[in-house]
Design a protein around this ligand. Structure first.
Ligand SMILES: N=CN[C@@H](CCC(=O)O)C(=O)O
Ligand SMILES: [Mn+2]
Ligand SMILES: [Mn+2]
Length: 320
């Protein structure tokens, strides 16, 4: 289920006459093959794709997110290279979900995440539907030290706390995580930012409340109370040791993110989001991140892929 990168999606313009000063991401990104021994990551970011939309299919969504990772790579390719001295970028290939084998693909994804973390990389996963999150968590959980408290920050129009019965899907990952943590006697610290009331039933709000989940709606985030939101985020971060940050692109307004499984007309503007992301990354607690739900089939003019790529540019720059 794992395919190392052959770098074919990393292509873009070149400015050869400018030499080293004209470098772009597609020219500096280095392949790491997770099927063999890998060098230490030295705290650098490694991209890992999850080519999967089986969870979206099961969740009655419009499929296409399996092609998300390559679309994001193509959008990142031409970025001008401004990495800090000594920083490197790594490309760790894809975990691919064949023939509806979602559960096994999530286990495989978890193993690759765990390997990257153990070797000292900062994993940045490219989804895939939001079923990416459960596989991602499996790897994070195995890496965490005994007693370390994990906080999960999910930017999403939806809670993704649906019942795991009759089957797991892109709508269930955070309830799966809550249930796994409960079985292990560990707390579930979950903060969802950008919730749309009309996109979540009373049942989902009830589940969120029962689990002690924190959330801020998109409408509140767009209001003037910016400082109180930053304060709430800081307080959440203080309670935990490590952070897993998940960004579902449907948290953004459909004008910016049309290419997702479930578009959100009244979603966030990127400018609402960036100060929150910076606050989170400045904490120094972020262990691993993902950007999910890009569906290239509906992505007019690659708008959503370009948004995802631009967010990743900011994430790579501010992640410390
Ligand atoms: N990944 C989650 N997706 C949403 C889809 C909502 C919709 O189809 O409208 C959810 O399950 O809530
Ligand atoms: Mn989601
Ligand atoms: Mn969503």
């Amino acid at each position: 289920m794992y395919k190392p990168s052959d770098k074919t999606s990393w292509r873009g313009r070149t400015d050869l006459p400018d030499g080293g000063l004209g470098q772009r991401w597609h020219q500096v990104v280095q392949v790491v093959d997770l099927s063999s021994e890998i060098p230490s990551g030295g705290g650098n970011v490694a991209f890992l794709g999850f080519c999967c939309d089986e969870g979206v299919r099961r969740n009655q969504g419009r499929v296409g997110a399996a092609a998300g990772p390559d679309a994001i790579r193509q959008a990142m390719s031409p970025f001008a290279e401004h990495l800090p001295d000594g920083a490197q970028l790594f490309e760790a290939g894809d975990v691919i979900c064949p023939n509806q084998q979602l559960e096994e693909a999530q286990v495989q994804l978890g193993r690759k995440v765990e390997l990257l973390l153990k070797k000292g990389y900062r994993p940045l996963l490219l989804g895939g539907g939001h079923e990416t999150a459960y596989g991602h968590f499996l790897g994070i959980r195995t890496f965490l030290k005994e007693g370390e408290k994990l906080g999960i920050i999910n930017f999403d129009a939806h809670f993704d706390l649906r019942s795991v019965e009759p089957f797991p899907s892109s709508g269930t990952p955070f309830l799966q995580i809550a249930q796994d943590l409960e079985k292990a006697g560990q707390p579930f610290h979950y903060f969802c930012l950008g919730i749309q009331e009309y996109g979540n039933t009373r049942k989902l709000f009830q589940t969120a409340d029962q689990l002690g989940a924190e959330y801020i709606t998109a409408q509140a985030l767009q209001s003037e109370e910016k400082n109180s939101h930053l304060f709430q985020i800081k307080s959440f971060i203080q309670k935990v040791d490590r952070l897993y940050v998940s960004i579902d692109l449907d948290v953004f307004a459909a004008a910016f993110a049309p290419g997702v499984s479930a578009p959100t007309s009244l979603g966030l503007f990127p400018q609402d989001f960036l100060p929150l992301l910076r606050e989170i990354l400045n904490s120094g607690k972020v262990l691993s991140m993902d950007v999910v739900e890009l569906n290239p089939i509906f992505d007019s003019d690659h708008r959503t892929a370009k948004l995802a790529a631009s967010l990743i540019y900011q994430m790579v720059e501010a992640w410390r």
